[in-house]
Design a protein around this ligand. Sequence first.
Ligand SMILES: [Zn+2]
Ligand SMILES: [Zn+2]
Length: 109
Amino acid sequence: MQFCPTCGNHLIVSVDENGTNTFDCRTCPYRFPISILMYHRHEFAQKQVDDVLGGKEAWESNQQTDIPCENKNCDNRRAYFFQLQIRSADEPMSTFYRCTECGYQWREN
Ligand SMILES: [Zn+2]
Ligand SMILES: [Zn+2]
């Protein structure tokens, strides 16, 4: 449940003239587009991906699993991995891998 920051009443979910979902206050003109929340959540997740994909050190703090490297020139069967929700909450998590030998990176989902 969301509350109006101006008058403190419960906000209702409605749709504005552009088809955007918004939180609307029924007692004052306050209106907040829900898409802004979604956007920021996505941006945050993307930053996490960039951070982890960025450096060897970041990867080495992740767990390892037994999985064949997807690099055709590498026969290593061990990779660092982590899971991240990068889309909406009702979709499966994406799993990112990085080979412990050659550093090749790939992603599932
Ligand atoms: Zn209000
Ligand atoms: Zn490899």
